[in-house]
Design a protein around this ligand. Structure first.
Ligand code: CP
Length: 303
């Protein structure tokens, strides 16, 4: 596998293989010495042109747990601020013998471009509204950990679907693993073209939640909303907030997820986010073994 940009080239067996490797990596993280030599001699570069807490730090830690060398590039304090292009930046970094780039960028398709410009491996760590594959993988891992399998799971994804690369990647991944996805939000934030095999689209939150095993609230990406997508945040909260009362429509054992960062008491009720039904911090913890598995498969795996 040259890159992980999205899931279009991966079949169920490959995806399940990656999740199984993540279980092994989680075992490594339970040891007194949480480090293995698997990536000794490799250099991983996190190249972030957009802000991040979870993704960047967990990739850096994942690489270090496998003994890789790690360099961090952040656009704000680099020559990007002086006008250097993305292509020149990547080729400059590649000249320093980088083996894998972890790329986050505000433009949809940026990670694909980077992959064309470098012979190094490329992982898409979020490009515009297009894809965030390792977030979806860690979501799948978290659901598998909770329910044993994704086969037949009903997963409701609620909120700002329009701007969400997390929603798109989950809508691509979860059906490949046997789950069904219901995308839900106000009509202005819900592109109908996302309907596909295993993916339904509805503006009716009651319909989306009824009988769901898992409910994922999406962050309202107010920074990407130049047009008037919402009449008011108050109206959004009243109609689409994922809260304890609305969770009554889901299965009694249904869990709540959020990719973070959360707008507490906007798209998700704060008390629900902190409740026993919430897997939010488990998602963060699982990002580490999942990203270790991705780096392992890319850099030393056979497929
Ligand atoms: N979920 C996610 O991508 O979070 P960060 O923006 O903090 O990396």
């Amino acid at each position: 596998m040259k890159d992980l940009l999205d899931f279009s080239k991966l079949d169920r067996a490959q995806l399940e293989g990656m999740l199984e490797t993540a279980v092994v990596m989680a075992g490594v993280l339970e040891r007194p010495v949480k480090k293995v030599p698997a990536l000794q001699g490799f250099t991983v570069c996190t190249a972030f042109f957009e802000n991040s807490t979870r993704t960047r730090l967990s990739f850096e830690l994942a690489a270090r747990r496998m003994s890789a060398d790690v360099v961090t590039f952040t656009a704000a304090n680099s020559s990007t601020a002086k006008g250097e292009s993305l292509k020149d930046t990547i080729q400059t970094l590649e000249a320093m013998k980088i083996d894998a780039f972890i790329v986050r960028h505000g433009a949809s398709g940026a990670a694909h471009q980077v992959s064309r410009w470098t012979n190094a491996k490329v992982v898409n760590a979020g490009d515009g509204r297009r894809a965030h594959p390792t977030q979806a993988l860690l979501d799948a891992y978290t659901l598998k950990q909770k329910f044993g399998s994704l086969e037949g799971l009903e997963v409701a994804i609620i909120g700002d679907v329009r701007h969400s690369r997390v929603a798109r990647s989950n809508a691509e991944l979860l059906p490949k693993l046997g789950a069904k996805v219901r995308l839900c939000g106000p009509a202005t934030l819900l592109p109908a073209e996302l309907e596909a095999d295993g993916v339904t689209v509805t503006t009716d939150i009651g319909e989306a939640l009824t009988g769901a095993h898992a409910v994922m609230a999406l962050r309202l990406q107010l920074e990407r909303m130049s047009a008037g997508y919402l009449p008011s945040l108050e109206e959004y909260r009243e109609t689409y907030q994922v809260n304890a009362q609305r969770m009554g429509k889901a299965r009694p054992d249904a869990v709540v997820l959020h990719p973070g960062p959360m707008n507490r008491d906007l798209e998700i009720e704060s008390v629900l986010a902190d409740s026993g039904r919430s897997l939010v911090l488990q998602q963060v913890a699982n990002g580490l073994p999942v990203r270790m598995a991705v780096l392992y498969h890319l850099l030393v795996g056979k497929n």
